[in-house]
Design a protein around this ligand. Structure first.
Ligand SMILES: *Cc1c(COP(=O)(O)O)cnc(C)c1O
Length: 254
């Protein structure tokens, strides 16, 4: 009888979690009259070792989210996986902006016009256009970064004028509360803010081709929903959900 190797056991575990997550996405999408194909899964790999990320990739995951630029740089260099997208989901210190513009396929955590200008300048010198989402601090939590809802329109207008950024939508992190209906209101508010931007901040050709989301409209992406609340986010229109623990288990404390 051959023993199951730890690697194999880990892969089985991950495969089971991924299957369960896919099932829950499908059910939430169906419940809200949406297609599961319109909800992209970002596997959040902060603190997750490269061997596990490799296993996740082998299971078909191709979009990974990291919240620290330096940690991501080391992993991206070690992994060198083909066809993979890396998304930055954590606050970027301005001294890391240049590196972020270089490493990531999309910055979801764009939270100031100052950072936008730095990313734009770096993207220009790299000869690329960088996809971004504007992070919104919907509930006005002091501990969170992101634009306040009442400053979003002005900021989005300035950011939309930067030639080397491609704004694609909004991102938020919901408050840590037990009551999912409270969280639902936050997600709904993000969608309403997006609808307002869509009506008043035209992007022209400023998006990347193919990034308009299912409806084919500008500001198409709504990145909202994490392990504890992604089904509610899907019901409220999420096009990107960011899952860490639901896929990889509990993280060690930093
Ligand atoms: C860690 C993190 C996630 C994933 O959180 P889980 O609760 O593990 O799913 C999603 N988004 C952001 C911005 C994060 O920092």
């Amino acid at each position: 009888m051959s023993a199951i190797s730890p690697d194999e056991e880990q892969r089985e575990h991950l495969a089971a979690r991924l299957a369960a997550v896919r099932e829950r996405i499908a059910i939430a999408a169906q419940r809200s009259g949406r297609s599961a194909a319109d909800v992209a899964l970002v596997a959040v790999t902060k603190t997750v070792p490269v061997a596990t990320i490799r296993a996740a990739h082998a299971l078909g995951l191709v979009t990974f989210g990291e919240n620290r630029v330096q940690e991501a740089r080391d992993k991206i260099a070690q992994l060198a996986l083909p066809g993979v997208r890396w998304e930055l989901i954590g606050h970027v210190q301005t001294n890391k902006a240049a590196l972020a513009a270089q490493l990531f396929d999309r910055v979801q955590s764009l939270d100031s016009v100052r950072l936008a200008r730095l990313l734009d300048a770096r993207a220009a010198s790299l000869g690329r256009r960088l996809s971004v989402l504007l992070e919104v601090n919907v509930a006005g939590e002091a501990s969170k970064s992101g634009f306040a809802p009442d400053e979003l329109l002005a900021a989005a207008t300035e950011i939309a004028a930067l030639p080397h950024l491609a704004p694609e939508g909004l991102m938020t992190v919901a408050p840590l509360v037990e009551n999912l209906e409270q969280v639902r209101l936050v997600f709904r508010r993000l969608r309403e803010l997006r609808d307002r931007l869509r009506a008043s901040v035209p992007l022209g050709d400023r998006e990347q081709p193919g990034e308009r989301g299912a409806a084919g409209q500008t500001w198409g992406q709504l990145s909202m929903g994490m392990s504890d609340d992604f089904e509610v986010a899907i019901e409220e229109g999420a096009t990107l959900i960011r899952l860490g623990r639901a896929l990889f288990g509990t993280r060690p404390a930093r």
